[in-house]
Design a protein around this ligand. Structure first.
Ligand SMILES: [Zn+2]
Length: 294
């Protein structure tokens, strides 16, 4: 079962969040029939969305991350709620996969180096805060780090990883680590953190060694006294429903609703996030129109 944890150093200098998202990324690959490069890109962004969503305090708040580069992947989108539950999709799930010489997937090539990372935070008020930065590499973790530095002036270390089986491409492990300096950070703490980070293994290596998400935070915060703020189970969750779609249709005019059915008199809607299909007949839509005008 996937879990997320938030820790803080007792001196209030540094916060660390870690996630084991192996099941979430396994689920995302299955749902969307993702190629290896698409699994790596969406998996990394889902880990980031979970950790950044989990930092939001308001229960109704959510966060939307969207990467759009000039590679073959097209848009990569991940949405996280304030408990770290996530959902997402990529525009081109069949995106081809190329490799670096060391055998790692070249996510930068698939996503593209030129483009934008947009971060939308809605604190539950429906009046979102939106930030946008240029991509620095398209490898995603570096782009998240750069977003925090440029857009929010928060020094951040971000590591994201997805490990797939070499033979069949099945997701074995996925996770992330996000470490941020708080306003109370002092020079010695920063030096110690930098030394710790330079010694850290990649996230999937730490998970493969059997380290827990708390162990991962403690490794990043070695030499500090660490307090756990909270730890939750997290899942791939899509909140779509027939009722929500009906409510959406009811915001349209009668004439617009009547243009929806195809030549067979049926309207089909497919959820981008979970691929669930919803069908409405002409009679269903007439019932909605009657309800709307009642
Ligand atoms: Zn859905």
């Amino acid at each position: 079962m996937d879990k997320i944890i938030r820790c803080i150093t007792s001196d209030g200098a540094i916060m660390a969040t870690a996630i084991d998202a192996s099941d979430i990324v396994f689920t995302a690959k299955k749902l969307h029939h993702l190629s290896r490069s698409a699994t790596a890109a969406l998996g990394r962004l889902l880990c980031a969305a979970s950790m950044m969503g989990n930092m939001l305090k308001q229960p109704e708040a959510f966060l939307n991350l969207r990467i759009l580069g000039d590679g073959e992947m097209g848009a990569v989108v991940a949405v996280g709620d304030s408990r770290g539950n996530v959902r997402g999709y990529v525009e081109n799930p069949d995106c081809p996969t190329e490799y670096y010489n060391n055998g790692k997937i070249n996510v930068s090539k698939a996503v593209g180096k030129n483009g934008t990372l947009s971060v939308l935070r809605d604190y539950g008020t429906g009046d979102p805060y939106i930030g946008q930065v240029e991509l620095v590499s398209g490898e995603i973790a570096e782009d998240i780090t750069n977003y925090f530095a440029v857009s929010e002036q928060v020094p951040t270390v971000c590591a994201l990883g997805v490990l797939m089986n070499k033979e069949d491409g099945e997701v074995m492990l996925a996770g992330g680590l996000l470490v941020q300096l708080l306003p109370g950070a002092y020079d010695e703490a920063i030096d110690r953190l930098e030394a710790n980070v330079s010694r850290l293994d990649p996230v999937t290596t730490m998970l493969a060694k059997g380290m827990s998400i708390l162990d991962m935070c403690k490794a990043a915060l070695d030499g500090f006294e660490v307090e756990v703020l909270d730890e939750y189970p997290v899942n791939y969750v899509c909140g779509c429903s027939r009722e929500k779609l009906e409510r959406y249709f009811m915001t349209m005019s009668d004439a617009e609703i009547r243009t929806l059915p195809d030549e067979n008199g049926v309207t089909e809607a497919v959820c981008q996030f979970c691929n669930k299909r919803y069908t409405f007949t002409r009679d269903d839509l007439e019932r909605l129109i009657a309800e709307k005008n009642a």
